[in-house]
Design a protein around this ligand. Structure first.
Ligand code: ADP
Ligand code: ADP
Length: 229
């Protein structure tokens, strides 16, 4: 399962200013849909509504046909994983930070997730450069490395639905490619909503929606949208 639908969703943070003016789309189970559009278009707002950080003003969001307002916060959290733009890590080992995705995971599972996210090699170090209880020196992680820890955590959690908030623009292109391949790995076979900043990063999406002024202005494959310019 894991089909996500937004049905004529309207939303305003402030009643004077409607951000989403009737947004309808579906992410079929196991498929990837990307949302692109200018800054301020409401892309991140869509993911906040899916997590119920806010509730829709009108319309509804469903998972497998069930309105998310009828789902407990715990099951919503279990069903959806997020790789955020900015990952805040616990001041503990990288392994601890990865295991947070699924506390019961074995060491071998943590190591496998770290390997898939290409963050293995220093999982016993800490993110901020402090000494760990095992006596190793920690190291200071770059933004890209922190994002890969978040990816490893999500690989371990293995939720049926994923939200990827891509903010790879601040990263150098080598790191960006590495992150992209790790993200591709984590989204394989899962219902995935990608919040993207550039069309170039979502070539593999099954459908791309262009959000503009609170509405879906265009939709299509990467090739179709490129052809339209
Ligand atoms: P995007 O992700 O496409 O850049 P956002 O969803 O973050 O856009 O924001 C859409 C609009 O909502 C923007 O105009 C933004 O300023 C506004 N906005 C975002 N968060 C809040 C908030 N917490 N309170 C009020 N306005 C907000
Ligand atoms: P988890 O316990 O799943 O690792 P958190 O406790 O960090 O995650 O957050 C609860 C849920 O909200 C998670 O699915 C998480 O990824 C998501 N989440 C965290 N930060 C944001 C954010 N800025 N925007 C949207 N969703 C977020």
């Amino acid at each position: 399962g894991g089909t996500v639908r937004f049905e004529d969703v309207r939303f305003a943070y402030d009643p004077e200013r409607e951000i989403l003016k009737g947004v309808t789309f579906e992410v079929p189970a196991g498929r990837t849909v990307a949302i692109v559009g200018p800054s301020g278009a409401g892309k991140s707002t869509l993911s906040r509504l899916l997590f119920r950080f806010y509730d829709v003003s009108e319309g509804r969001i469903t998972i497998d046909g069930q309105d998310i307002r009828q789902v407990t916060q715990d099951s919503l959290r279990a069903a959806i994983g997020m790789v955020p733009q900015d990952t805040v890590l616990f001041n503990d080992t990288i392994a601890y930070n990865i295991r947070y995705g699924r506390p019961g995971a074995s060491d071998a599972e943590v190591e496998e997730a770290a390997r898939l996210a290409q963050i293995d090699g220093f999982i016993r170090a800490t993110p901020h450069g402090f000494r760990t209880e095992v006596g190793e020196r920690g190291l200071k992680l770059s933004g890209g490395e922190k994002q890969r820890v978040a990816i490893a955590r999500t690989i371990l959690k293995a939720p049926p639905i994923l939200v990827l908030d891509e903010a790879t623009s601040a990263l150098d292109s080598h790191t960006e490619r590495e992150i992209q391949s790790a993200l591709d790995r984590v989204s394989e076979g899962r219902t995935t909503l990608v919040i993207a900043h550039r069309l170039s990063t979502v070539v593999g999406a099954d459908e791309i929606l262009v959000l503009a002024e609170g509405r879906v202005a265009e939709r299509g494959s990467h090739a179709a949208l490129l052809a339209k310019g």
